[in-house]
Design a protein around this ligand. Structure first.
Ligand code: SF4
Length: 354
């Protein structure tokens, strides 16, 4: 007698569903219908899958489990950003942000910032998630589920809503949950699913060197953002403890290898605080990035209770950018989103958990 394993439906590709359906005696077209209900139409219950009869649904339920995320809280910013706190099957909670440009300039770009872990082991000094420590990795279905459930929620108001871009920049270090994140990317990209282009997805890492190189080999289409934040090891060690394991020299070498393989520009993220927004820091950063194929994205921090970080004055941000530009480095400044809600990663969960 074979052991029946319950598999997470939202984490299955079309091919996996075809295989499962074959095993349980259902036709291939059932698998295709099932995949489309879940990954394209973003339905959350078996009952909504209208063209699958009750008997087949029962058979499928014996092998596949469907756990939609439960929305516990939602905050809406004046700028269109929506931040969600979702509860998982085991009662852990994660955050997820929709940066909804429909209310600002372009109607066509809807970016979702997803979480990849519950908590995070890295413990960056500026991050509310890091203060919590690591709890567990998210499964493929839980990662994809965030995009599906946001799609479902927004479609209740706007039936044509479609997520166009994904950033793996929420709670957790994506490259420390590498296999699940890569599988989630494949799923989000499937033509019969949400069909989000590979080049419209970006992984943000604090610098897990071996996985940066691995990513270049495994999926050279996906974008890479590196949370740099400091240009000297002594400073970066304090901000991002991962730097002790993979110091800047190793990180910069990995970035060069990444761009040689992928030919894609890297985004170097630099959070600016009242403390580091200095001319010397900008000059050191320009020196560090010399020869890299990438650009710097400056992010003035939102103050986070418990981290002691303060936002720099606008003139300091402008001066910092100017130093980089004078050194020939392209600079963008991340549009501040959701400043009137708890937009920084981990803040909402922290408040909720009290
Ligand atoms: S910034 Fe990212 S890597 Fe650092 S502690 Fe927060 S979630 Fe982890």
């Amino acid at each position: 007698m074979s052991i029946m394993v319950n598999i997470e439906l939202r984490g299955c590709s079309e091919d996996e569903l075809i295989k499962i359906c074959k095993e349980i005696g259902l036709k291939r077209f059932r698998a295709i219908q099932l995949f489309q209900w879940v990954q394209q139409k973003a339905v959350r219950t078996w009952e909504e899958m209208k063209n699958i009869g009750e008997r087949d649904r029962q058979t499928l339920r014996s092998r596949l489990s469907l756990y939609p995320l439960e929305k516990v809280r939602e905050q809406r910013s004046k700028d269109g950003t929506r931040k969600y706190l979702f509860r998982l099957e085991d009662s852990e909670t994660i955050e997820c942000v929709l940066m909804d440009y429909a209310r600002t300039s372009s109607r066509d770009r809807h970016t979702v910032c997803v979480s990849t872990q519950v908590g995070c082991a890295v413990g960056c000094a500026f991050c509310a998630t890091g203060l919590e420590g690591f709890r567990r990795n998210l499964s493929v279905g839980e990662i994809v589920g965030q995009v599906l459930d946001i799609t479902h929620l927004v479609r209740q108001e706007d039936p044509d809503f479609q997520v166009t871009n994904i950033v793996f920049m929420g709670m957790g270090e994506p490259l420390l949950n590498y296999d699940q994140v890569l599988q989630a990317i494949q799923l989000l990209n499937q033509a019969q699913g949400l069909n989000i282009g590979m080049r419209r997805m970006t992984i943000s890492t604090c610098g897990v060197v071996p996985q940066i190189i691995q990513l270049a080999k495994d999926n050279p289409q996906v974008g890479l953002a590196v949370s740099l934040h400091a240009s000297q090891d002594e400073v970066r060690n304090k901000l991002i403890p991962m730097n002790r394991r993979y110091p800047l020299t190793q990180l910069m070498e990995a970035c060069q290898e990444y761009t040689q393989i992928t030919h894609r520009r890297i985004t170097f993220e630099v959070a600016l605080t009242a403390e580091n927004a200095k001319r010397e820091e900008a000059e050191a950063l320009a020196k560090l990035l010399k020869g890299q194929f990438g650009y710097v994205n400056l992010i003035p921090v939102n103050p986070v209770a418990g981290t002691g970080m303060e936002r720099p004055k606008p003139e300091l941000i402008r001066r910092f950018a100017q130093v980089l530009e004078d050194a020939g480095i392209s600079v963008s400044s991340r549009e501040e989103r959701g400043a009137d809600i708890d937009a920084a990663c981990g803040q909402l969960r922290r408040q909720w958990e009290g």
